[in-house]
Design a protein around this ligand. Structure first.
Ligand code: SER
Length: 671
């Protein structure tokens, strides 16, 4: 039965960490010794699968060593539970709080009649004996005889003739055997132990009863059937849906008269320390393990270690622990960290700590605390200063033919404007730099990943081309990025953000982070499934990450935040600056300067008289017909004209009076 039980438990993620074998003829001391061993372990749930005689002894000793107290869970298979009714009261008293599973025997009139008759007969035969309940085995024996009688009647045999055994045939032979076998396998009837029916030669059991030992008796907690699962009552109608909910059971009174459901797992109280597994990380800043050969002790340091030690300090109770090293060599593949986490499932460690990423596949065999680092996968790329400082970077967004086309069209448009409207030339001055469009910088990266990380598998899952990936150690990242993908290096490193932060903190300015490009859950600590410490340590981690402590730890191990801000997310790589447009300013300035020089030369060497005023838009055009705004110096039309020279004016006035006018014509005079 045990392998079947183990399989069934495994299916629902219940692990059997230890199997204890207690031989039938064990002495009390041997049983006690085994119990003490179990007591030092963390598990507090015990399944007892043994005969009732050994079971009785076991529970008496368990009571003695204090294992029938609060926090413990004892579950008995039918080996002990079937016989519970006939156990000595001192034994049932020791078993208080235990749970048992046994076949359910319906309480029928036939059974009551039989029990009464059986008790009477039993007392007559055994007057000294106080045990008087028929066990399930007795009922089966009775039902079997009943079935045999029915089968014999069915085949019509008047007598069952059993021939004497001979040397060649040591067992008696029933001559009507074949007919009998056929008849008995087809028999169905309501027997004392329930429905009697044989399928493939096996008696079928349909209902199991879950009992709780209380006081000197038992109480029914509920029932289990294959079709309906758990239920408080036996439901013959088959209408109920399958249930695994404890709500469908009556409350249990656990050992120590407790009604609180035990956790099933306790921190050992007998002085045993928690075994904390460590491994060699590629990042000593997160976890560094050193073995002191003199003391034969393990010294651990790093960000992950500090977070763990701080979290344990913040638990409301003392948790003694000791470090143990797993592996001993740096991980060569992501499998190494999977194996590391798997050790808690195997029971080698009580927890494992370090820069362990919380991954879905790992949660199948371990429970994780909440993460204590940032999460996600991003890329490290170089900040390309050579390109940024290139005088002619502004040319890059457009192709050569597009630039040439634009320039030709620009000149053509300019000439057209010059021909069509000379005046507009002045308005074009200085406009060139104002007509720049938005410049976009496009980059295409090749993707690389760090050696020993699950990121490789992840990128492959995301259908990245394997031939475009290369593995590097953390100390090779910078060199690989500096070389670039064209020279045997890489264009980008894809990595988990906590490691990227570490890299950028050490390589301020030269590299930057792009992303995140993928989500992960960050780093956490792994515990065996169902461990109550997960919740407690998670709360302590929250307590640390909520405050300033985590920032201090980051400063200590990862680096200065200022450096991270400068190098981590570079503004330089995203925006264009004056230098980016230096070439454009140069051309624009040069063209303007040349124009000014040409203008100066023309002004110096060509007399202003040679300049055709109609072509020189710098001079005002004194043609009143063309420009209505100009004042017309006609005294007849405008009496308010200023008198420029009173004497001349008086003279002119007199001349006018005398009928002569010697003044020059008023046209074309500058106002
Ligand atoms: N954080 C990684 C992992 O857990 C190890 O580098 O696989």
């Amino acid at each position: 039965m045990v392998p079947f039980l183990a399989d069934a438990l495994e299916e629902i993620n219940v692990r059997i960490p230890y199997r204890s074998i207690i031989p039938l003829l064990s002495t009390d001391d041997q049983i006690r010794e085994e119990l003490y061993k179990l007591k030092t372990m963390q598990t507090r749930v015990f399944v007892v699968h043994m005969l009732s005689s050994t079971g009785s002894s076991l529970f008496m000793r368990a009571k003695e060593v204090g294992m029938m107290s609060e926090g413990y869970v004892w579950i008995m298979t039918n080996g002990v539970t079937n016989m519970v009714d006939s156990l000595n009261s001192s034994v049932t008293s020791a078993m208080k709080g235990a749970l048992g599973v046994r076949l359910y025997v319906p309480n029928t009139d036939e059974l009551n009649n039989f029990t009464t008759r059986w008790k009477k007969r039993f007392h007559e035969d055994n007057p000294q004996d106080m045990y008087s309940e028929p066990s399930i085995y007795g009922l089966w024996a009775y039902d079997t005889m009943h079935a045999i009688a029915m089968a014999v009647e069915k085949i019509g045999a008047q007598t069952i003739k059993i021939e004497n055994s001979t040397d060649s045939q040591p067992l008696p032979v029933f001559p009507n055997g074949e007919q009998f076998l056929k008849a008995i396998t087809n028999i169905k009837f309501q027997a004392l132990s329930g429905n009697f029916e044989l399928i493939n030669g096996q008696l079928q059991y349909s209902v199991f009863e879950i009992i709780n030992i209380v006081g000197r008796g038992i109480r029914e907690v509920g029932y289990w059937t294959k079709e309906q699962g758990l239920s408080k009552v036996v439901d013959e109608s088959n209408n109920k849906t399958y249930s695994t909910s404890p709500e469908d059971l009556n409350p249990v009174i656990w050992p120590g008269e407790s009604i609180v459901v035990p956790k099933g797992w306790e921190i050992p109280v007998s002085g045993a320390k928690l075994r904390v597994g460590l491994t060699i990380s590629r990042y000593p800043e997160f976890m560094q393990v050193e073995i002191d050969p003199e003391m034969n002790a393990i010294k651990a340091s790093g960000y992950s270690i500090d977070v763990f030690e701080e979290a344990v300090k913040r638990l409301p109770y003392a948790v003694p622990y000791e470090y143990e090293l797993f592996g001993g060599v740096p991980p060569v593949s992501s499998q190494s960290y999977n194996d590391f986490v798997y050790q808690v499932y195997l029971g080698k460690y009580d927890l494992v700590i370090g820069d362990i990423t919380i991954r879905y596949n790992r949660t199948r065999y371990a429970d994780f605390t909440i993460p204590y680092t940032e999460s996600g996968i991003a890329m490290i790329v170089p900040v390309d200063k050579a390109v940024n400082k290139n005088t002619f970077i502004f040319l890059m967004p457009l192709t050569t033919d597009l630039w040439l086309g634009s320039i030709v069209l620009f000149i053509y448009t300019g000439i057209t404007i010059l021909i069509l409207e000379p005046k507009i030339r002045t308005s074009l001055k200085g406009s060139l730099s104002g007509h720049l469009g938005t410049i976009m910088y496009l980059s295409v990266f090749g993707y690389r990943y760090p050696r020993g990380s699950f990121v490789e598998g992840l990128l492959q899952e995301l259908k990245f081309d394997k031939s475009r990936m290369r593995a590097y150690q953390p100390d090779e990242f910078a060199e690989a990025l500096d070389k670039g993908s064209a020279n045997g290096g890489v264009a980008a490193i894809v990595h988990e953000i906590p490691y990227i932060k570490l890299f950028l903190a050490k390589n301020c300015k030269s590299y930057t982070m792009v992303g995140p490009i993928y989500k992960t859950a960050g780093f956490g600590f792994a515990f065996p499934k169902g461990s109550p410490l997960v919740l407690e340590i998670s709360r302590a981690i929250l307590n640390i990450t909520d405050g300033d402590d985590i920032i201090q730890l980051e400063k200590k191990w990862i680096g200065d935040e200022t450096c991270l801000n400068n190098g981590g997310i570079s503004v330089e790589s995203n925006s264009l600056n004056f230098l980016s447009f230096w070439g454009l300013f140069l051309i624009s300035g040069a063209v303007s300067t040349i124009c000014l020089l040409i203008f100066a030369i023309i002004s110096l060497f060509i007399s202003p008289n040679e300049i055709n005023p109609e072509e020189d838009e710098g001079l005002p055009i004194m043609n009143p017909e063309e420009d209505k705004d100009l004042p017309i110096m006609n005294p007849e039309e405008d009496e308010d004209l200023p008198i420029m020279n009173p004497e001349e004016d008086e003279e002119a006035h007199n001349d006018c009076k005398n009928g002569t006018d010697t003044s020059p014509p008023l046209t074309n005079r500058a106002s």
